[in-house]
Design a binder for this molecule. Structure first.
Ligand SMILES: Nc1ncnc2c1ncn2[C@@H]1O[C@H](COP(=O)(O)OP(=O)(O)O)[C@@H](O)[C@H]1O
Ligand SMILES: [Mg+2]
Length: 357
């Protein structure tokens, strides 16, 4: 079945779209594309997730903007593609995610009906809501695809997605043991790059590699994140808070030192989690794999072998988009998923909601 996956992650770096041919757990990628948001759309969304433009009108308007923007990108993505997809799995843009003692609040925007209208196929969306209603934390969702793509490569495998936020999946004998969000992967570094250097990210981690560790900012920010993370499986708004906290602590220091420190914070959090599991193999995926400096520092700190997913035959950018194509496939095939070991969902459920116009 031809299925599309579409998302924009917490980094708000691109609208990522993938076309896959899916048959059970056999997944073949046919086409991938990353589409930029218009600069004003992007700035609006960044303001929104930082909670400074949270008025009702702005949220409602951004819901339209994101839906229309994806619909347009999907249309051009499919130009020249001979076969029509049967379904689109659309994650949308998370603008808020917060886990507390009272439950999880999560909000992904992007009106899916615009996509259904322009492509004339059903759109499956609001995947995190269905997980929460089933008693889960709504995140992380990617472990389900980590297991399929990487679960059989070795006996004990850890898969780490290096997005704005890092999340980890622990797999043994092809079965998921557990999964969780860990902390920032690129979030701090991207924020410093934007605020201090006016660029979206530190290309290949070059500036960070030239910088020195700022001890106090490293210690204090780690403490801040660890405190916020205590007892939680998922992260969202806490990372927005951590960005501001880290920025304040480093604003009078050299940008390259701030970037080096941002990388070291991520490396510390991620490597500690992996070293306590001691996998035979650790696989890294997500945009952070392009940050050569971060990857080299992770390889130094992680005691076990580390590979980038490209090295085991899966393009590291494809993993998250494939997830939403696969979840949409399951939804239209009426196959329920077991997320008990991943998000803590209490029963098997149909992922997402479906719409058609
Ligand atoms: N060439 C590169 N050098 C360094 N970092 C990169 C490069 N390309 C992408 N990245 C990092 O990857 C991030 C995007 O990763 P992605 O997996 O899409 O995250 P998310 O899921 O949060 O959107 C960028 O914000 C940036 O930090
Ligand atoms: Mg992204």
């Amino acid at each position: 079945m031809l299925c599309i996956g579409a998302l924009s992650g917490t980094s708000i770096n691109a609208k990522e779209i993938i076309l896959c041919d899916i048959n059970g757990e056999k997944i073949k990628v046919l086409k991938y594309g990353a589409f930029d948001f218009y600069q004003d759309e992007k700035e609006r969304l960044i303001r929104l997730v930082q909670g400074r433009a949270g008025e009702l009108e702005e949220i409602s308007l951004c819901n339209e903007i994101v839906g229309l923007s994806f619909a347009k990108s999907l249309k051009s993505f499919l130009d020249g593609v001979r076969f029509k997809p049967e379904v689109v799995g659309f994650h949308g843009q998370t603008i808020y995610h917060y886990e507390s003692k009272n439950g999880v609040i999560t909000y992904q925007i992007g009106e899916p009906l615009y996509i259904a209208k322009i492509l004339g196929v059903p759109v499956v969306y609001d995947f995190r809501k269905s997980d929460i209603v089933a008693g889960g934390k709504g995140a992380p969702l990617s472990p389900i695809i980590h297991k399929i793509l990487f679960g059989k490569i070795s006996k004990k495998v850890s898969v780490v997605n290096l997005g704005g936020i890092a999340n980890i999946t622990y797999i043994k004998d092809g079965r998921i043991l557990s999964a969780e969000d860990l902390g920032p992967a690129n979030a701090l570094s991207d924020f410093i790059s934007k605020k201090r250097l006016g660029v979206d990210y530190d290309r290949f981690g070059k500036r960070a590699s030239e910088g020195n560790l700022i001890e106090r900012a490293f210690r204090e920010t780690l403490k801040f994140i660890q405190k916020k993370k205590k007892g939680k499986k998922t992260l969202g708004y806490e990372i927005e808070e951590a960005k501001l906290y880290f920025f304040e602590l480093t604003k009078d220091e050299k940008p390259s030192d701030a970037l080096r420190t941002a990388v070291e914070i991520s490396v510390k959090i991620i490597s500690e989690a992996i070293n306590s599991f001691r996998p035979d193999l650790c696989i890294l995926c997500g945009g952070g794999t392009k940050n050569k400096f971060m990857v080299s520092r992770l390889k130094e700190e992680i005691k076990n072998p580390v590979l980038i997913s490209d090295e085991v035959g899966v393009n590291s950018e494809f993993v998250e988009p494939i997830l939403f194509a696969y979840l949409a496939y399951l939804r239209v095939k009426n196959i329920r998923i077991d997320m008990s070991k991943i998000t803590g969902a209490k029963f098997r459920y149909l992922p997402g909601k479906m719409c058609l116009i």
